[in-house]
Ligand binder design. Sequence first.
Ligand SMILES: NC(=O)c1ccc[n+]([C@@H]2O[C@H](COP(=O)([O-])OP(=O)(O)OC[C@H]3O[C@@H](n4cnc5c(N)ncnc54)[C@H](OP(=O)(O)O)[C@@H]3O)[C@@H](O)[C@H]2O)c1
Length: 265
Amino acid sequence: MYRQMYYATNSFASNKKITMKRLTNKVVFITGGSRGIGAGIAKRMAAEGADVVITYVHAADQAKQVVDEIKKSGQQALAIAVDNASPDAIHAAIEKAVATFGRIDILVNNAGIYVAKPLAEYTVADFDTTMAVNVRAVFLASQKAAQYMKEGGRIITIGSNMAERVAFPTGSLYAMSKTALIGLTKGLARDLGGKGITVNMIQPGPVDTDMNPADGAHADILRNAMAIPTYGKPEDIAELATYLASETSRFMTGASLTIDGGFSI
Ligand SMILES: NC(=O)c1ccc[n+]([C@@H]2O[C@H](COP(=O)([O-])OP(=O)(O)OC[C@H]3O[C@@H](n4cnc5c(N)ncnc54)[C@H](OP(=O)(O)O)[C@@H]3O)[C@@H](O)[C@H]2O)c1
């Protein structure tokens, strides 16, 4: 009897899994969606039924490939050239997304840069650019997108496990910028909780992308510091982002979730 119930429940659950998409009728805006983690999130959220806007700076061809792939799968998609260092460009892109799709339900602040230098070589421009792209743009995009979000809106930011552990030199500015996002996430969660909008952050560890290739010069050092000595894939981060974007995460806000193969423990 118990066994029959077990099978019945599981076959019902698996039928549901096949038919139900988690982001049907949602519009998602992803900064830096032409490559790497952002492209992975874009494709995954489209597979869950969302229409997708991605931004890019240089990789126009790759952005077009992501858009074409999403359109082939049956969802709508749009790529907009935006440098996150420009406040006007961020605002204009969000307005264009709303003009095109009517609204934004989910914002993914993914775009980020890593200026790695010995301390003595950092310039004021390195400091300012890091903060403009990695922090100011997250604030500006969140502030603007929230104006258009209704109850159930979601803001998800891609931080870094370097906000938790800086295991080697040359990452001061990057670690500073990603740590600032923990406070911003908590503050925005308080600002927007009353509107039913959640704000959360994902802090990845080593993920195989152009920023941090699994065959790069420092990859073995990173692997040796992990509990699971293997690089993550953009899909691993996209899975967590999809959960945070979905209705089922409604009770979670202000959280910074580390997903790094145990690098920080
Ligand atoms: N990979 C890792 O191991 C890792 C670990 C922890 C956290 N992260 C974080 O995850 C996020 C994505 O990283 P990734 O590894 O996917 O990086 P990536 O492979 O270098 O891709 C970066 C993406 O961001 C875009 N971008 C770069 N500068 C931008 C700017 N100024 N304005 C707007 N978009 C910009 C790029 O667009 P174009 O190509 O068109 O220029 C590209 O789509 C970043 O926030 C990063 O800090 C990554």
